[in-house]
Ligand binder design. Structure first.
Ligand SMILES: [Zn+2]
Length: 254
């Protein structure tokens, strides 16, 4: 367990006041067995993203992109939400977390029971057709070439945002509305480097929110944006925070 430090007590007191929006990144899912794509041993070491993860690659050779997504689905099928995901779900249930904006495509917040989740970079468990707009579950079977096809005959693509694609409008608008309305932002496991996601905590702070950051190491946000930095593993720090918020009692249920 994470020690109860003065910073953690201060952060818990802010969270207990409600109006919290969480922004999560790869660091929250590492403890679920999903390596950061950009880390050593991550996906990009085995699949060059320029060959396998761009929208142009999908249009030119969907089977190549699906070779990578089969590996993604294999990793995700072995993963479970960890205590960090569960703590955010408990804080939502207690009425203090208003939403979770995640850069992760792993569906783990939803599997932990969080209800208000914005998949900013899409979701690997949901497929769509770029041509007719139809949507299919991630379990939709593939043809012999390894590619699942739409009823209209075109290849299906996971809703994951590939390089060269823009953030879908609905996700962007929901994320920006949450950032604008947040009283407190809880940043968990993100480097603060990938745009445009990295600008959301900055946007929230400019609108008056205070920023609590949970990361193993200081990030690009720590010096200029973060008010309270809580170093450590997401599972330990969030479990301790949630326990402290429960001990304080929830002061607001807006
Ligand atoms: Zn279609």
């Amino acid at each position: 367990m994470s020690r109860i430090t003065p910073s953690l007590e201060q952060a818990a007191a802010r969270i207990a006041e409600g109006g919290v929006v969480a922004f999560s990144g790869a660091g929250i899912s590492v403890e679920s067995g999903i390596p950061d794509f950009r880390s050593g041993g991550g996906l990009w070491e085995r699949f060059d993203p320029m060959d396998h993860a761009t929208i142009d690659a999908f249009r030119a050779a969907p089977a190549r992109v699906w070779a990578m997504f089969r590996e993604v689905h294999r990793v995700l099928s072995r993963s479970e939400p960890n205590p960090a995901h569960h703590s955010l779900m408990e804080l939502e249930r207690a009425g203090v977390v208003q939403g979770v904006v995640t850069q992760n495509i792993d569906n783990l917040h939803q599997r932990a029971g969080s209800r208000r989740v914005v998949d900013y970079h899409g979701n690997a468990q949901l497929l769509h057709c770029l041509w007719c707009g139809a949507r299919y579950p991630g379990s939709h079977p593939a043809d012999e070439d390894g590619v699942p096809y739409c009823a209209c005959g075109r290849p299906l693509k996971p809703t994951v945002v590939l390089f060269g694609e823009i953030i879908p409008r609905e996700a962007r608008e929901r994320a920006e509305a949450l950032a604008a309305s947040a009283r407190t932002v809880l940043v968990v496991g993100t480097s603060g480097l990938v745009e445009p996601a990295a600008s959301l905590p900055v946007m929230a702070r400019e609108a008056g929110a205070s920023v609590i950051e949970v990361n193993l190491e200081p990030s690009a946000l720590t010096d200029g944006v973060t008010d309270i930095f809580l170093p450590g593993r997401a599972s330990e720090v969030l479990s301790a925070l949630q326990g402290e918020v429960a001990r304080l009692g929830v002061r607001s249920r807006d």
